[in-house]
Design a binder for this molecule. Sequence first.
Ligand code: HEC
Length: 120
Amino acid sequence: MRWSPLLAALPVLAAACTRTAPADEGIALSPQAAKGKALFSTHCATCHAPAARVVGPPLSEIAGLYATDPEGIVRWAVEPGRKRTDVPPMPSFRGMRASDLADVAQYIIEAGTAAGKQKP
Ligand code: HEC
């Protein structure tokens, strides 16, 4: 009997955890994507969220655009284009190593594909 309040709270706790789960929760990242994850958190996460637009488009949208073209993400990060005119332009990351950007691109594709499959 003493357990019932705790048990009753479990679904609420579980729901709270689900909401704050990162995009890659529960998926196995490739070694390259795992390396890119930390760089993504440092350099890109302020403007790019898993499934909702913050400043830039969500990872789910980017993964849809670049699923077979990780190099395209690298090119964009070095020299960002201009597509969504209702937001400020993205700053260039030309100061980052191309190999680091390639790791970030792999993370975006894997995490964004997972985020796109999750139920809202
Ligand atoms: C200061 C905010 C900001 C940061 C930090 C940022 N971005 Fe962006 N990003 C944007 C905005 C804004 C857009 C949309 C620009 C547009 O469509 O004109 C965008 C768009 C993109 C796109 C979409 C390209 C397309 O073809 O539609 C990619 C890919 C991207 N960012 C990658 C990155 C990567 C990789 C990083 C980190 C290395 C990063 N961004 C960091 C703001 C940011």
